[in-house]
Design a protein around this ligand. Structure first.
Ligand code: KBG
Length: 566
């Protein structure tokens, strides 16, 4: 199965007369986030050659590492905010059509009927129907290089699709958790984690059935490391990538800073009609096109850029081959606040009310740092508590600390006192909620500009309202609001969990691919990522996207196995 890869030059008719290099491989994977990494790892481990194309640069020594795997960042989470901000490229920015009457009349100013189109600005975007925080992370590792690593399973009744039966889901989730190293025990030693968990467990709020439990997180703690090791695409790639310490697998090539422009399809009538023959790419450093020829093409380039590549490959509005492409888009509604722990709770710590050995820890800390006014060791890990979604509380919650692109804590506030509350609920998939593309304008990377048309359906909006009320109730048991971080709904897209844009299903009328990510009407194109998830879900989608990638990769392995290859 190990076909030697060779690069050679020959004129490729599909891109005109230009002499372009051609790379031969078995499977090309576009995108290096958690799902691309899952495909690559499984295929390579099965002896299949993989060429991965990633538009972003490799910014870490180990490809696809988490930017939080850094002592300095873990010492001060505020440092992480700028990293995340820098990695979230907004996808559609409505052109500002507001008049500015005080503008110096001699300067160039916008024609309100046109607008500019640089850097994601989009004159077609109606601000009212936008998903303003929708973003892409163009870097090796994709969103996995800064994600929060929260990896719950979807609720079997409220969230999960029935494309797999419950045994199949169990098997997929178990493998996904193993690959991404999910666990719920690492934070058990933390005083604040236990404090928050116990206070909220004691508070049953009239419904005994609600559980406040440790959040499932993809993170490890190695005995010889002073900081936590957050899981990421590097974890999933494992041995197949090249690092300073190892050569990586001969079957795997990662090519950063290369854009996949489109797939080249055979449009001739006949048995090969619709089959993809090559991926047309461009090296962004040299601006030179190149071609990758493979047996299978896996697009895992993010929930918005994946349908964009497909649109550019001819599955556009004119072709009408995939009427569900870009449609049934879902994005969770999200509520957020930050509290400062109450004086009563902080004062409880030295008394060790739950008999968890806090007294010794606090005494040791005070002896070392007599000037510290808080009975909380500096290396006490952050709280990481959640409540799984349930029929009575149909939202996913996170009661934790998580510096993201927002949530900066002022330098004058001790970060040990801060707890973040994030509540998420689903938006049901509706055909009219969509991302569309146009051949008329491109984004800053020369790809079709996405435009969103998104509105929260009435019933989902009501649930979002109940959700924020619940968040306030829970917050009030912990402390008071950090000024500036009082409860609010975040703008659409803040969860960065857009799903459904190439959804899996059973027919092309309302889906783009089957449960293995195989695109309808082609033999050799597979899509991966949250875009494949067909249901509206409240919890973090990455683990479920990895499940779909596991199923898809297993199918490719079966199809490319020697007996089926002939
Ligand atoms: O807190 C995180 C959360 O875990 C998540 O999955 C989402 O993407 O982003 C949140 C921060 O905004």
């Amino acid at each position: 199965m190990n076909i030697p890869r060779h690069m050679h030059h020959h004129p490729y008719t599909a891109v005109g007369n230009e002499d372009v290099s051609v790379i031969e491989t078995e499977v090309v994977v576009i995108g290096s986030g958690p799902t691309g990494a899952t495909y690559a790892r499984k295929l390579v481990d099965a002896g299949i050659q993989v060429y991965m194309v990633e538009i972003g640069a490799q910014e870490t020594l180990i490809p696809g590492d988490h930017k939080k795997n850094n002592y300095i960042v873990q010492k001060n989470l505020n440092n992480f905010i700028n990293i995340v901000n820098g990695e979230l490229d907004e996808l559609s920015v409505p052109t500002n059509k507001q008049s500015v009457p005080s503008l110096d009349p001699s300067v160039w100013s916008i024609d309100p009927h046109q607008g500019t189109i640089a850097n994601g600005q989009n004159p077609f975007q109606d601000a009212y129907y936008n998903i303003p925080s929708a973003a892409a992370s163009r870097t090796v590792g994709g969103m996995g290089s800064h994600w929060t690593c929260c990896t719950p399973r979807q609720h079997p009744k409220l969230e999960r699709s029935n494309l797999f039966n419950s045994e199949e889901w169990d098997r997929l989730y178990t493998e996904a958790e193993e690959r991404i190293k999910t666990n719920s025990t690492i934070f058990e030693d933390s005083i604040r984690h236990q404090l928050v968990k116990h206070v909220l467990q004691d508070y049953t709020y009239g419904h005994g059935e609600r559980e406040f439990i440790p959040m499932p997180l993809a993170v490890q703690k190695f005995p010889d490391q002073t900081y936590l090791e957050w899981s990421c695409p590097a974890t999933v790639f494992g041995h197949i990538t090249r690092t300073p310490d190892r050569p990586g697998s001969k079957l795997f090539t990662l090519r950063p800073q290369a854009r996949c422009t489109r797939l080249i399809r055979n449009k001739m009538e006949g048995p090969n009609s619709g089959v993809v023959e090559a991926a047309l790419c461009k090296d962004l450093k040299t601006n030179k096109p190149f071609i990758v020829r493979a047996k299978k093409y896996v697009i895992a380039a993010g929930a918005v850029l994946t349908p964009g590549i497909m649109f550019n490959s001819g599955w556009d509005d004119n072709s009408n081959e995939l009427p569900a492409l870009g449609r049934y888009l879902t994005e969770q509604t999200m509520a957020f606040c930050q509290v400062i722990l109450s004086r009563d709770l902080v004062d409880k710590i030295p008394k060790d009310p739950y008999n968890l050995g806090w007294k010794e820890k606090v005494e040791r800390h005070m002896a070392r740092h007599p000037k510290d006014v808080l009975p909380i060791p500096f290396n006490d890990m952050d709280p990481q508590v959640y409540t799984p979604l349930s029929e009575n509380y149909p939202w996913h919650t996170q009661i934790h600390r998580d510096a993201f692109s927002y949530g900066q804590v002022p330098a004058t506030v001790d970060q040990r006192l801060i707890v973040d509350l994030r509540w998420f609920t689903w938006v049901s998939p509706e055909k009219k909620n969509c991302v569309s593309f146009s051949h008329e304008i491109t984004d800053q990377f020369g790809m079709p500009q996405p435009t969103f048309n998104f509105q929260v359906p009435r019933e989902d909006a009501r649930r979002a309202h109940d959700m924020i009320e619940d968040m306030c109730n829970v917050a009030s048991k912990l402390g008071g609001y950090l000024p500036g971080a009082e409860p609010k709904m975040l703008q659409p897209g803040s969860a960065i969990h857009i799903s459904g844009t190439t959804r899996a299903g059973t027919s092309k009328e309302d889906s783009v691919c089957d449960r293995y990510g195989r695109v309808w009407g082609t033999d050799n194109v597979v899509v991966g990522g949250c875009n494949v998830i067909p249901t509206g879900a409240a919890c973090n989608p990455t683990l479920t996207a990895i499940c779909f990638a596991i199923a898809g990769a297993d199918k490719i392995i079966e199809e490319l196995s020697p007996k089926n290859k002939a």
